[in-house]
Design a protein around this ligand. Structure first.
Ligand code: SME
Length: 167
């Protein structure tokens, strides 16, 4: 019997928790999260982080750890793309059909839907988790919950590291 999306989401969440216990740094955790989501969730074909470049003016999102094909978009200003929209609004953006969204910056011809979830540290956006799918409308509400959970864990790790660095 095929494993349901809910079962896969449950497994991915457990793996994320395990990784959170095992990863020694926020950076290691972020690298691992891209692998967990790409491996467990079969429709998550490109999984990566864009992080706000510290001190950049104008603000710039810079490609971080990712799984999937190399993208031409390694640096994205906040007024561009689905990525820019999520980072500037501080809200999760789900696009069921990227061909119908004029904001979309093409990364692969195969991409059909996309989700971008902001990562917060002390209430401020510091980056985002971006996932592309080769399937239309791949991100249901339970997927959003999983991806937002992972982005929240990343924010907590980054915040903890900043606190340790300043103490
Ligand atoms: N599609 C994104 C650009 C990043 S790639 O998908 C990896 C956007 O519209 O912002």
């Amino acid at each position: 019997m095929a494993i349901s999306n809910f079962q896969k989401i449950d497994e991915a969440r457990k793996e994320a928790d395990l990784l959170n216990n095992e990863a020694r740094t926020a950076d290691q955790f972020m690298a691992g999260i891209t692998q967990v989501l790409n491996k467990h969730m079969l429709k998550y074909n490109w999984v990566g982080f864009y992080m706000l470049e510290p001190g950049a003016n104008p603000p710039m999102l810079v490609l971080g750890h990712f799984q999937g094909a190399m993208t031409p978009h390694t640096r994205i200003p906040l007024h561009q793309g689905i990525c820019g929209a999520a980072a500037s609004s501080g809200k999760t953006v789900v696009v069921d059909d990227v061909r119908k969204d004029p904001r979309y910056l093409a990364c692969s011809l195969e991409t059909k839907s996309e989700i971008v979830v902001p990562v917060f540290v002390r209430g401020k956006v510091v980056g985002e988790l971006d996932i592309d799918s080769h399937f239309l409308a791949a991100f249901a509400s339970e997927d959003c919950e999983l991806i937002e959970y992972c982005a929240e864990l990343v924010g907590q790790r980054l915040q903890k590291e900043q606190k340790e660095g300043s103490s």
